[in-house]
Design a protein around this ligand. Structure first.
Ligand code: ADP
Ligand code: MG
Length: 423
């Protein structure tokens, strides 16, 4: 039966993906286009060798490995597979050999043409493309066969019901095979990407620890220098106008270092119980002059009288970072608002702005280390805020629309257990 034969082909077609993903994944050879070309070539030849012969035609899935080889192995791999296919087909001979040559060339041209586009597409789209482009060779074969029947040899085969059933079964099995093999290939790619990501983040972690220890060592001498400079500033008349600048720059360096240390490991020094409305008002008063200077109105609304137990200064720092970003993103005449509200056993501090907003890509990166779109930006603020809030058992969520503005929701548990704080 044609179905049994074609199911055997499914297995043959799956063999290359399975073998390079299971056996050769961590070896260089598993990524070599020559090796992949040979694997797919062997698979295509086997399909042809075990073809089901009926109604005057060979029924096999030989073009599945060919298309997969071009797409997932690359152009070189594709050429090797096609060559292997041609050699086997020539060895098999037969009346319609020249038809096989023509259909192979026409069938392979399309995957080659869209190869670049294929790799620019998202993984899901790549699976659809494999299925669509995978149907192309079968279509070419059909056209060539019909032309042959019409123009050259009318009695070559009978166009009857059997043939129609064969074509349907063949089309369906080929499509399902493409779905499976493409998904398998995509999962191999995803797994490799994930492995790389893990390796990278491990490296970043080590680097982060190293940087934290250096930052810690640098902070102490810096504090000493700052102290002495402050003393000297009172006495040294000659250079007195330099001192404010030197001190402010030193202060900046100190801030960067504390930000960084905070990112590496938020420290909760003083845990206190305080009403959140008070903190929100304090923030509003603290940042109002800054907002006014930028021509922005800063408002707050308080819909909860929640009392919370945590490190007040750290929470304040986290919210200041978020508020500063909001003000920095907002043009003149814009608005920034802080809203405090309760949501079940959580309390929410929502900071909205009518600023420039963020694209999807920026939104996915906000909160990651060193991500900044500002000329003088360090890309530490959001990271530090997120770390602090998360250490308090809370969450920070960003939603944003380009040109419309950004909403940052800080959610904190109301009954914060002291031992929940990772002090
Ligand atoms: P920095 O402020 O030094 O750039 P942050 O970590 O504070 O670093 O912010 C990272 C980036 O996130 C900013 O450069 C900005 O592109 C984006 N961002 C953060 N908050 C907002 C906001 N409210 N509106 C628009 N973009 C924002
Ligand atoms: Mg910032």
């Amino acid at each position: 039966m044609i179905v049994e034969k074609l199911l055997l082909h499914v297995l043959i077609v799956l063999a290359p993906v399975l073998s390079y993903s299971l056996l050769f994944e961590n070896r260089k050879i598993g990524k070599s286009p020559y090796f992949l070309g040979l694997l797919y070539g062997a698979s295509a030849s086997l399909c042809m060798y075990f073809a089901y012969y009926d109604a005057g035609l060979y029924w096999d899935l030989r073009y599945v490995p060919v298309v997969l080889s071009i797409f997932y192995g690359g152009p070189i791999s594709g050429i090797i597979t096609i060559t292997a296919l041609m050699i086997t087909r020539t060895a098999m001979g037969g009346e319609t050999l020249f038809l096989a040559y023509i259909s192979a060339v026409v069938a392979c041209a399309v995957p080659y043409i869209i190869y670049k586009y294929f790799w620019k597409s998202a993984p899901k789209k790549r699976i659809y493309l494999s299925i669509i482009i995978g149907s192309w060779p079968a279509f070419v074969q059909l056209i060539i066969l019909l032309s042959y029947l019409t123009f050259i040899n009318k009695d070559f085969i009978q166009l009857d019901q059997d043939l129609f059933i064969y074509m349907t079964v063949f089309g369906l099995i080929q499509m399902v095979t493409f779905v499976f093999t493409a998904i398998l290939n995509e999962s191999v790619i995803e797994r490799n990407l994930m492995k790389d990501e893990i390796r990278r983040s491990e490296k970043q972690h080590t680097l982060g620890e190293l940087a934290a220890s250096i930052a810690h060592e640098v902070r102490n001498p810096l504090t000493v220098v700052k102290g002495f400079l402050q003393l000297m500033a009172g006495e040294d008349e000659r250079h007195k106008h330099y001192y404010p600048l030197i001190l402010s720059e030193l202060g900046r360096a100190e801030n960067i270092i504390s930000d960084y240390l905070n990112f590496a490991k938020p420290e909760f020094k003083k845990i206190e119980t305080f009403p959140l409305p008070l903190l929100v008002m304090e923030l509003s008063i603290l940042l109002n002059p800054y907002a006014l200077k930028e021509g922005i109105s800063l408002t707050h609304s308080i819909e909860s009288d929640a009392v919370i137990t945590t490190d007040r200064n750290q929470l304040k720092q986290a919210l200041i970072n978020i508020l500063k970003n909001a003000v920095e993103a907002t043009p003149k005449e814009g608005r920034v608002s802080i809203k405090l509200m309760e949501d079940g056993d959580h309390v929410k501090i929502i900071i909205r702005d009518t600023g420039k907003g963020m694209t999807k890509e920026q939104l996915s990166r906000v909160g990651s280390l060193f991500f900044s779109t500002k000329e003088q930006g360090m890309g530490l603020g959001t990271m530090v805020s997120t770390r602090i809030i998360e250490s308090m058992g809370g969450r920070v969520d960003y939603t944003s629309k380009v040109g419309k503005g950004t909403k940052v929701s800080v959610t904190l548990p109301l009954n914060m257990m002291l031992d929940e704080l990772q002090v």
